[in-house]
Design a binder for this molecule. Structure first.
Ligand SMILES: [Zn+2]
Ligand SMILES: [Zn+2]
Length: 147
């Protein structure tokens, strides 16, 4: 925990163990979890922490530019600790979202930018992750082991 406090000291917000726990979880979980997933984890460590507190803490972290909110998933907001420009790879089955750390030399032709001063871009690749595509095989294997 000591190391975590040092790492997050640069943040311009008050650091509570709950906030550190949320940041720590996001740093380690690279699937861009939703509020309920984050709540489930934090609640195990801090049973008194309510869903609303987790939700508000996430919003505070977004406002301070410490994490990003992703809106690709229509059902729920997802959170990203990586605030540097990057792209995403989404699994349409399990909905995990993985970072694509590749700098694409993408630019919008001037006649297509509607007078905008373009500041950035974000590409969402989607498909079926390796775990989901091997799931069927695994299930069949397990079944044959039982039988
Ligand atoms: Zn998947
Ligand atoms: Zn990301």
């Amino acid at each position: 925990m000591k190391k975590d406090i040092k790492k997050y000291k640069l943040l311009n917000i008050k650091l509570t163990p709950q906030r550190i726990a949320i940041l720590d979880y996001l740093e380690r979980n690279k699937t861009h979890p939703s509020v309920s997933e984050i709540f489930k984890y934090v609640n195990r460590r801090f049973p008194s922490m309510s869903f609303a507190t987790v939700y508000n803490t996430l919003n505070t972290l977004v406002q301070h530019g410490r994490i990003r909110e992703l809106t690709m998933d229509n059902d729920k907001k997802r959170f990203d600790p990586n605030t540097l420009p990057h792209h995403h790879l989404t699994c349409i089955k399990c909905k995990r979202i993985i970072d694509v750390d590749l700098d694409y030399p993408l630019s919008l032709p001037e006649n297509k930018s509607s007078g905008f001063k373009v500041l950035g871009n974000h590409i969402e690749f989607y498909g079926i992750c390796s775990e989901c595509s091997s799931l069927n095989k695994q299930q069949k294997k397990k079944l044959s082991e039982i039988i």
